[in-house]
Design a protein around this ligand. Structure first.
Ligand code: BDR
Ligand code: CA
Length: 334
């Protein structure tokens, strides 16, 4: 068997229940070396999300450090931050559904997220893949600091945006709405770096049903029970706000696709132009995606708009729960 070097992954994240599913999967996948986890304010204030990242590193006993990043969106970095003004209670009061997990502060680096990203890209040019699961503030700051160096990132896998739908406004998705300027700056390097956009069009197709969560609790051992407990507030909000019995685990989609792109048909991946609206009001954070490609706009992204939900969840079950995935395939109806 030929030796395959592990892919070098930085996870940039605001955990977040769906971030937690994604982080655990990336840490468990043998083909990835998660070299560091960088945090960014989004679902909750920076203190919460950093603590949550540390909890997940501790839970998996992972050999990587956590690097604290931006405490607010780019345009608000100079303003005092009101930590109580966060993204509400969708992810529970603490961002992880209130589950009790210890964390070890010795895993928190003194280096900032932006310095860490830049140093890692410099050390491994054209090798580093960034799994961007929250607002893109750290990435934009890194681009503003060292634009040429950031063109040596291999791939940015970004959960955000949507071709046909939003979740904060009718047209804007949370991560890009939270920091539209940073999203737009990130897409400015899209001709040099492969940027994959996983918007709400594809994430809504892959939602976990109540049956899926039941299975995870029954057969997933301790980790499965943590997932189950963690997801309760989050799933409640899907029922109350959208009448979905289950929940969309948005941030897991880029991770699973990066592991197994056959979850999507190649025809459902568009190499095209993406622009993010920084205008105030309803359109703030909207992604304008030129799927039709009649206008010769410069192509700066690969936009994934469909995925096979069953295959997506089977890959997740295999990576995270091993052989138990066979029971899932045999008995659980999605
Ligand atoms: C995105 O917003 C956050 O609430 C989730 O963690 C995900 O990254 C979905 O719109
Ligand atoms: Ca997130």
């Amino acid at each position: 068997m030929s030796y395959q070097p592990k892919r070098k992954i930085i996870i940039d994240t605001d955990p977040g229940v769906d971030d937690a599913f994604a982080i655990v999967t990336a840490l468990k996948y043998q083909g990835f070396e998660v070299v560091g986890i960088t945090t960014v304010a989004g679902n909750k204030g920076l203190d919460y999300v950093t603590k949550n990242a540390l909890k997940l590193v501790g839970l998996l006993n992972a050999d990587c450090m956590v690097y604290q990043g931006a405490h607010a969106a780019l345009k608000d970095l100079d303003k005092p931050v009101d930590q109580s003004k966060d993204a509400g209670n969708t992810h529970g009061f603490d961002g992880l559904g209130g589950i009790k997990l210890p964390y070890d502060l010795s895993r928190l680096s003194e280096q900032s997220a932006v310095d860490y990203i830049l140093a890692t890209v410099e050390q491994y040019p054209n090798e580093v893949e960034i799994m961007a699961l929250g607002p893109l503030t750290n990435i934009a700051l890194a681009i503003q600091t060292e634009p040429e160096l950031m063109k040596k990132v291999k791939t940015i896998w970004s959960m955000g945006g949507g071709v046909y739908r939003g979740n904060v406004t009718p047209v804007a998705e949370f991560n890009y709405w939270f920091d539209a300027e940073s999203a737009q700056i990130t897409y400015s390097i899209g001709q040099d770096v492969d940027i994959y956009m996983f918007g709400l069009d594809v994430t809504y197709q892959t939602y976990f049903t109540a049956n899926d969560f039941f299975f995870i609790k029954q057969e997933g051992g301790e980790l499965g029970r943590h997932f189950y407990d963690m997801v309760q507030d989050y799933a409640d909000s899907y029922w109350k706000n959208r009448r979905i019995t289950g929940a969309v685990i948005h941030d897991l989609v880029p991770v699973i696709y990066a592991i197994d792109p056959t979850i999507s048909n190649p025809e459902d991946v568009y190499h095209c132009a993406v622009s993010v609206s920084c205008e105030p009001g309803l359109v703030h954070g909207q992604t304008v995606v030129d799927l039709v490609d009649r206008h010769n706009y410069l192509k700066n992204s690969y936009v994934v708009i469909n995925a096979d939900d069953r295959k997506f969840k089977e890959v997740f079950m295999e990576i995270v729960f091993g052989e138990v995935a066979d029971l899932y395939k045999k008995y659980v109806v999605s």
